[in-house]
Design a protein around this ligand. Structure first.
Ligand code: PRX
Length: 670
């Protein structure tokens, strides 16, 4: 609750223009309250309901929600029903239940209705410089409606799943919005995933349709997505699941129609059908708690989790976080480099920005093609004002000559953003000083697939930043840091990051597995949502995310379960065991010799089962792995060996066989 008050306080300062809330005041307020936790005096519901600002559970989110169109309102009842405490029964989160709306209507028709129909909704920049396109809000709505009508015509109904396996073409957000318009549940699969990963996701959600394209160019490479889809669909048929329609967009600049392999009766060209349909399409009004999309994400076991988001709360939350964390103004040109295959592309390429009526840039290509200055050339070409990216991209471009940045003026830039992993202070400074000419604040947004939207984020005009810190929670978000026993710890501390109360954008379940939802997220620290991240808080109350504390790892900003990579490695007939960091320690079948070829074929196993982005950079031959007597691999020791911190191995006496450590060290550069 001190968190609430603290942020209601900071919120109260926002619109006044008196500007900068003193974060110190906020923290002092928070802390003095925390020390008198038992003396909190709440406003009465009568007072809250008429106050200009009230707590999230009371009027706060319902006031904001009134900016959207609801076919039917949520009445006078509470806007949220929640139980986050497993000890009190099933975990449940519902916002605006009983109200009906449509997120596509809010993102397009509502924006057009307020007079922005001729505003550019989408700018598209192709892989090759000079290859581009754009759509106004009116045109975007027409394209969405044509596809929506086609999908309805082939029998896609409210609640049906649709898998989208597309690169960053305009057709990707179009397909997402078309599904939302008719109440279908989209599941976008990142176009870097392999056929096996795609098949696994299709087998889990059983879509009526898959939407793909024949191929895409990324940098100098051509990726044949239709071939990958074919392989995935074949694998599904072998597992008893057949998808009726494979709607394929002809991406002419990468591959011609004639060269595309075709399965008659199943495959349909997007361009053959959609132009025949009307450019208007009635909206399917759905309950605020009806499913909007499923997005598979890596967990600490092999099977990806189908994170389920619903409509109403997600809509209100993504729109509001976008607006405040990027200080969005109607004249902004916004570019987020994330792919719609990840949550960032859902919440902050598609939904959040369109719900604000923003002009959004989508880029098909690679940031270093034709050279390392491409991003900054694009910034100048479109006069991008808000640029949102990942630390991995910042670090890779930082290694290149500064002239790649300085040859572009970058005058238009106003706010920079970072997401996906902690941004180290040196990368932060380069981003701030070189890219942003020391002029643009950086919104280092901490959040997750599960959270739907920003949780801990700077409000760029409101408080001072510290390079590498995501700063403070968004309105109404109550992060707490707990120790191993689940006790909240206050003041300057570090521990496990949990969230105390729900927020509108929270995921509601894991598709088809509510038990796994409870076990993974709510049982580790009863009473809280457990994020899986470590975090420390400094003396000024700033939050510093320290990375995952579970077996989930971050490879180039992409989240991947160690178990997924491990299972790809051990599926290799000559591999007995593997533990992954994505520096992989690999134990071979007894008697099999190490070789360069074997190393390559192991890497290939990961590439083909998960995707190229997850391929290990290093394989360390391991005659044995350091395990406890109960058989648990001690990854802590592996990490130290991998990073050559041999004097920091710590206590190894609890290992079943301490001598494996010396063997591993001896094989370090094998
Ligand atoms: O470890 C945190 C890291 O990314 C994880 C979530 O990954 P995913 O669900 O794929 O979503 C990525 C995009 C939201 C988190 O548990 N992470 C994300 N943003 C940050 C971060 N770590 C530190 N700082 C961030 N800004």
């Amino acid at each position: 609750t001190s968190g609430h008050l603290r942020h209601v306080e900071s919120m109260a300062q926002l619109p006044s223009g008196a500007g900068r809330i003193s974060h110190l005041n906020a923290v002092v307020l928070g802390e003095s309250l925390a020390s008198e936790e038992h003396d909190l005096v709440f406003p009465s519901p009568e007072f809250s309901s008429q106050a200009l600002l009230s707590s999230p559970e009371h009027g706060f989110w319902s006031e904001i929600a009134k900016e959207f169109y609801w076919k039917k309102g949520w009445g006078d009842g509470p806007i949220v029903e929640q139980n986050l405490d497993v000890r009190k029964g099933t975990v449940k989160i519902e916002w605006f239940k009983g109200a009906t709306t449509n997120i596509c209507y809010n993102a397009l028709d509502r924006i057009i209705g307020r007079g922005d129909g001729n505003k550019i909704a989408l700018y598209w920049e192709g892989n090759e410089p000079g290859h581009d396109a754009k759509l106004t809000y009116n045109e975007l709505l027409e394209k969405v409606c044509q596809l929506a009508n086609y999908l309805k015509d082939i029998g896609v109904k409210k609640g049906d799943a649709v898998v989208i396996y597309l690169p960053m073409l305009m057709e990707l957000p179009i397909a997402m919005l078309a599904c939302a318009r008719i109440g279908a549940v989209h599941s976008v699969v990142f176009a870097g995933f392999s056929a096996e990963s795609l098949a696994q996701r299709i087998l889990d959600c059983r879509p009526k349709v898959i939407i793909t394209c024949n191929a895409v160019r990324r940098g100098p490479k051509v990726i044949h997505l239709k071939d990958i889809s074919d392989a995935a669909l074949l694998e599904c048929v072998n597992n008893g699941v057949s998808v009726g329609v494979c709607l394929t967009y002809e991406n002419q600049s990468a591959m011609k129609k004639e060269a595309t392999k075709w399965v008659e009766g199943r495959d349909i060209w997007w361009q053959d059908v959609t132009p025949k349909y009307p450019t208007t399409c009635a909206v399917e009004w759905v309950d605020a708690e009806d499913s909007l999309f499923l997005l598979y994400t890596s967990g600490s076991t092999g099977k990806p989790k189908g994170v389920l988001h619903t409509t109403g709360g997600y809509m209100v939350y993504t729109a509001t976080t976008f607006k405040y964390a990027f200080d969005y103004k109607p004249s902004d040109i916004y570019w987020c480099t994330a792919d719609c295959g990840w949550i960032t592309g859902h919440s902050y390429v598609t939904y959040g920005p369109f719900l604000n009526g923003a002009s959004v840039l989508v880029f098909e290509g690679a940031p270093n093609y034709p050279d390392a200055g491409r991003c900054w050339d694009i910034v100048d070409k479109y006069k991008v004002t808000l640029f949102y990216t990942a630390p991995t991209l910042v670090r890779s471009l930082m290694r290149e000559k500064t002239e790649y940045v300085t040859r572009a003026s970058r005058k238009s830039l106003r706010v920079l953003g970072s997401v996906g992993e902690p941004i180290n202070p040196s990368a932060w400074r380069w981003f701030f000083n070189v890219v942003g000419d020391s002029r643009c604040p950086i919104s280092d947004t901490w959040w997750q697939t599960e959270t739907g939207g920003f949780m801990i984020t700077p409000l760029p005009g409101a408080w001072p930043q510290k390079p590498g810190s995501a700063t403070f929670p968004f309105f109404g978000v109550q992060p707490v840091i707990v120790d191993e026993k689940g006790n909240e710890i206050g003041g300057e501390c570090s521990g496990y990051l949990c969230i105390k109360s729900s927020w509108p954008g929270a995921f509601r379940t894991l598709y088809g597995d509510h038990e796994r939802y409870e076990t993974t997220y709510f049982k580790p620290f009863p009473g809280y949502y457990f994020t899986g991240d470590g975090c420390s808080r400094d003396g000024d109350g700033y939050h510093w995310l320290t990375g995952r504390v579970d077996d989930v790892i971050n490879v180039s900003g992409h989240r991947i379960g160690t178990a997924e990579v491990e299972s790809a490695l051990v599926s290799h007939p000559q591999c007995a065991e593997a533990a992954v960091g994505i520096y992989a320690f690999v134990t071979l079948i007894d008697g099999v010799p190490y070789s360069q070829e074997l190393r390559q074929s192991l890497v290939l196993a990961v590439r083909s089962q998960i995707g190229a982005f997850a391929a290990p950079d290093k394989i360390h031959w391991a005659p044995g792995l350091p395990k406890t007597r109960s058989g648990k691999i001690m990854r802590r020791i592996l990490r130290k060996i991998a990073s050559r911190q041999l004097d920091e191995l710590g206590d190894i006496s609890t290992l079943a066989d301490p001598s494996v450590v010396d063997q591993l060290i001896a094989l370090t550069d094998s």
